[in-house]
Write a protein that binds this ligand. Structure first.
Ligand code: GAR
Length: 216
């Protein structure tokens, strides 16, 4: 079912927590059916358990191929009738078995204004490049890393005295607001993908308008 979410994590799980909180507070009409981590020491697993959500660790190690790992994940998600996958700090490339099982139904959150600074250490890359603004992107997942049609972006200014850590902390505040909102937009339907563009119908956009960028 569409509003049954599967959340994939690898670590801290603060974006998972943001989704849990948004559902609890009634800002997001969905159910997290399952949280899967590829690492058994991911702190996010504890956050899920504390919220009474089923968890599984499916290590990426020990499978004959990357696809076999992905297929195992698909089996578990399908068994729980998951309709939308949210990557929340899941530090693995998503392969064909997952993409084919969930076409246009996998979301990722990334701490930069994509297509700038994909990959790891996006905030450090932004500081090193000297950009004046960075931010957060939620996008549909394709086979390319941190790529795919953009559902929502929020801008975060980069300050002269920012370090990667201070910038990451300010971006994270926006991430936690942006991810539940983007999931709501996708679950509400009334959108289509044209080329690289994620386009909402006028009625869908007016039913759940997205907030203005931070600082505007
Ligand atoms: C978040 O900043 C997320 O945007 C980033 O990993 C962090 C996970 O934190 N994701 C990526 O860089 C994806 N390429 P969390 O585990 O506390 O949600």
């Amino acid at each position: 079912m569409k509003d049954r979410l599967g959340v994939l994590i690898s670590g801290r799980g603060s974006n998972l927590q943001a989704l849990i909180d948004a559902i609890r507070d009634g800002r997001l009409d969905a159910t997290i059916a399952l949280v899967i981590s590829n690492r058994d020491d991911a702190a996010g697993l504890e956050r899920a358990r504390a919220a009474g959500i089923e968890t599984l660790t499916i290590s990426h190690r020990g499978w004959p191929s990357r696809d076999d790992h992905d297929r195992a994940i698909v089996r578990e998600l399908r068994a729980r009738d998951v309709g939308l996958i949210c990557l929340a700090g899941y530090m693995r490339l998503v392969g064909p078995p997952l993409l084919e099982a969930y076409p246009n139904a996998i979301l990722n959150i990334h701490p930069s204004l994509l297509p700038a600074f994909p990959g790891i250490d996006a905030q450090r890359q932004a500081i090193a490049h000297g950009v004046r603004v960075s931010g957060v992107t939620v996008h549909l997942v394709t086979s390319e890393l941190d790529n795919g049609p953009i559902v929502l972006q929020r801008v975060v200014p980069v300050l002269d005295d920012d370090t990667a850590e201070t910038l990451a902390a300010r971006i994270l505040v926006e991430e936690h607001k942006t991810y539940p909102e983007a999931v709501s937009i996708v679950l509400a339907g009334g959108w289509r993908v044209e080329g690289r563009r994620f386009l909402r119908s006028a009625s869908a956009a007016s039913a759940s308008p997205s907030r203005l960028p931070a600082g505007s």
